[in-house]
Design a protein around this ligand. Structure first.
Ligand SMILES: [Ca+2]
Length: 357
């Protein structure tokens, strides 16, 4: 599996399960182990959390596709539909792209014809998980239910981190206002529609962003009907790790103040904003370090280097530092990848991963 997600985000992943045992799966051009993750688990083919080939319509495997299966949460069998920190369009964003592994903003797969009676939301920032089970236990698919009023499915029980003071309702939306799976409390005997939220400003919401400027961000177990109070949920971190895949060397850096930051709010900020970082692992402890998070035409990425000459760097200004160890990917004028070597000059390419915690 992927290690070292760069702009790791957070959020909401969704997914469903089901129980139908389809025809026996035979191996085709790819190693298809089942119709969906629940089916794979029921067949005893689970190899733990990870990517699997699914073929929900059975038969010929030429239309099989990759999806992440959570085989451990609440007994596993969850086909994880998407990870996002804001918008998502599950009806049309259906292709897995290896550039966006599960748990990073942009992970997608095709959940449209997977039958389910349960749906899980995972907050990657906190690790909190919550799931909902349809009280009638009758399965539905997303493809057949976009835009239906929540009353169509009746009530759902909230489990895991869900507040059990409520019964819940589900919407599956693909409108210009709201798109995605949406669970919230059932209040005032009012079932919601994709554009009508019953003025519910009390119950816990689980939703991604809407297009309305007042309802941005991602709600996880918090009321999401309030305007302008939600922000995108993103991974906070106080430490950053660089791994050199050629040598296996690893270096990590810990912020001296131990106060966490997120990447999203800190692109382009000068390194003095965060102060000094301690270098550990393979990092040369003769230095204190500094961090930049850049998204400029000159330089884009996480960047750690020594703190020299009382000079904090900026994304386009490297303090003339041609002495300390750099940990960086290429800039537009300084090629290559620096891992524990001075990178104020062009260097060779190296395969590295970067992670946060
Ligand atoms: Ca097929």
């Amino acid at each position: 599996m992927e290690v070292g997600l760069l702009k790791q985000s957070n959020t909401l992943v969704i997914l469903m399960i089901f129980a139908c045992l389809g025809p026996k799966i035979t191996n085709g051009p790819v190693n298809v182990l089942g119709d969906d993750c629940q089916d794979i688990k029921k067949r005893g083919h689970s190899q733990g959390d990870g990517m699997y080939w699914l073929d929900p319509d059975g038969g010929n495997h030429s239309n099989a596709f990759l999806a992440y299966c959570d085989m451990t949460s609440y007994n596993g069998g969850w086909t994880m539909c998407y990870t996002t920190d804001e918008y998502v369009k599950p009806k049309t964003e259906v292709a897995f792209n290896a550039q966006f592994p599960y748990g990073s903003d942009g992970y997608r797969t095709n959940c449209n014809i997977i039958p389910f009676t349960e749906i899980i939301f995972i907050d990657h920032q906190t690790g909190n998980k919550v799931y909902f089970k349809r009280q009638t236990n009758q399965s539905i698919t997303a493809a057949s239910n976009y835009g239906n009023a929540a009353g169509t499915y009746g009530l759902w029980d909230g489990l895991g981190a869900a507040d059990n003071a409520y019964s819940y309702q589900l919407l599956i939306c693909d409108t210009s206002f709201y798109s995605g799976f949406f669970v919230s409390g059932h209040t005032g005997n009012c079932y919601k529609t994709c554009n009508g939220w019953c003025s519910d400003s009390a119950s816990p919401y689980f939703r991604t962003a809407t297009t309305d400027a007042n309802y941005k961000g991602v709600a996880f177990n918090t009321n999401g009907h309030h305007p302008n109070i939600l922000r995108n949920r993103l991974i906070s971190f106080t430490e950053i790790i660089f791994i050199d895949h050629q040598t296996g060397n690893k270096a990590y850096f810990k912020r001296q103040t131990n106060q966490s930051i997120t990447a999203a709010n800190n692109y382009g900020i000068a390194a003095d904003t965060y102060g000094l970082w301690d270098g550990l692992g393979a990092a040369d402890n003769a230095y204190s370090y500094q961090l930049m998070i850049c998204d400029t035409s000159f330089y884009s990425d996480f960047f750690v280097s020594g703190y020299t000459g009382n000079c904090y760097k900026q994304c386009g200004h490297w303090c003339g530092d041609s002495g300390s160890p750099y940990f960086r990917t290429a800039s537009t004028s300084y090629k290559g990848v620096a891992f524990n070597t001075n990178g104020h000059i062009s260097v060779g390419s190296r395969l590295i991963s970067v992670g946060l915690r």
